[in-house]
Ligand binder design. Structure first.
Ligand code: UT7
Length: 326
């Protein structure tokens, strides 16, 4: 049976580093509070004018280079983002132009922090159906441009970056074994950007009221996340008849170290199997999993035959997972 296999990964983060100590000078916060409550020490911030497609382009070029492919070899580009260059065209189309991926169809997926896993699942389906041979799946975010830099409850959490994978049809043991997607729109108010869409079209008032910035009920979101992520991991492992101990690596969305640790603990997974990089990048939303995956691959933490669990949670609310045999 045909599977979709990740044959290459790539990632990119902007050069500018914003530390917790830098934030102490901007809002009423402290390195101690941010570290204790979230685990984040620093994050990357896109330069003025640097866009989601700019970051996506660097990550995609790295993935294509690792795969030994050119843009022209790609059949489809799926970009997960909630901070795309503009409402339309899609960031995927802008990326297609930059990669000279002439034969590719391109579109964006909006599932907030779960976006990459939603996009991966869509890409997997196109490959399994036989419609496409090679799909580029990207998560890219420049949430620093949608953060209220005077709101200490959100501005300390987010960062910018991009990650990409190349999916290819494969028939061996390696590949994506299953993906699991969920959402609950009843909880949309926990995490959103209320302005700029047809509900609150851009106006002087929406700008004045800060409606174009991220709003999050952090504490409530936290509680749902811990509950949901354990259940999702259990569902995913059970579907594949695997036990947590059989996992080589667990790559969770990098939102909060306490959420990650709570999930690992509930699964009885030792933290040395959990890939964590939020101390360096903060929450990069749809980019967090592909960046962490790329780092894990490039540092040799994941090898052929390993079972790897990816899991995310975010605005929508949405949550999603993927079980991969590397
Ligand atoms: O990526 C998508 C999904 N997102 C998530 O999963 C994020 C989930 N939520 C979280 O990560 C955590 O809820 C936060 C890190 C956002 C906040 O941690 P918390 O332990 O839930 O804190 P809290 O919101 O309950 O706030 C505790 C206190 C409050 O003060 P009072 O009311 O107790 O006096 C806040 O005003 O901490 C205060 N506070 C801060 N203090 C210093 C909030 N933000 C800050 C800050 N610096 N940056």
């Amino acid at each position: 049976m045909v599977k979709a296999r990740i044959i290459a990964t790539g990632s990119y983060v902007p050069e500018k580093v914003l530390t917790n100590h830098d934030l102490e000078k901007m809002v009423d916060t402290s390195d101690e509070w941010i570290t204790e409550r979230s685990g984040i020490k620093e994050r990357r911030i896109a330069a003025k004018g640097q866009t989601a497609s700019d970051l996506a382009c660097e990550a995609s070029k790295a993935a294509l280079k690792q795969a030994g492919l050119k843009g022209g070899d790609i059949d489809m580009i799926i970009v997960a983002t909630v901070s795309g260059d503009m409402p339309f065209p899609s960031t995927a189309c802008l990326l297609q132009k930059r990669l000279d991926a002439k034969k590719a169809a391109g579109f964006d997926v909006n599932a907030a922090c779960s976006g990459f896993l939603y996009a991966l699942s869509v890409g997997e389906s196109f490959i399994k159906s036989g419609a496409h041979k090679r799909v580029l799946v990207v998560g890219t975010e420049v949430l620093s441009k949608f953060v209220d830099w005077e709101d200490r409850t959100t501005c300390v959490l987010f960062g910018d970056g991009a990650g990409a994978v190349v999916l290819e049809a494969a028939t061996g043991d390696s590949g994506i074994l299953s993906t699991h997607l969920h959402s609950d729109g009843n909880l949309w108010e926990l995490l959103n950007i209320p302005g700029g869409g047809s509900k609150n079209p851009p106006s002087k008032d929406t700008v004045k009221e800060g409606l174009h910035c991220i709003k999050m009920k952090g504490n409530e979101t936290f509680k749902v996340a811990v509950r949901t992520l354990e259940a999702l991991a259990t569902e995913t492992l059970k579907h594949n008849k695997l036990k947590p101990a059989q996992l080589t690596a667990f790559i969770p969305h990098q939102a909060n170290l306490r959420i990650i640790k709570a999930t690992a603990e509930r699964l009885s997974l030792p933290m040395d199997k959990v890939v964590v990089n939020l101390d360096r990048y903060g929450n990069t939303s749809a980019a967090s999993i592909p960046i962490a995956l790329d780092e894990a691959v490039r540092t040799g933490r994941i090898r052929t035959g390993d079972y790897v669990l990816l899991e995310a949670f975010g605005g929508g609310l949405t949550w999603a997972s993927a079980l991969i045999r590397w």
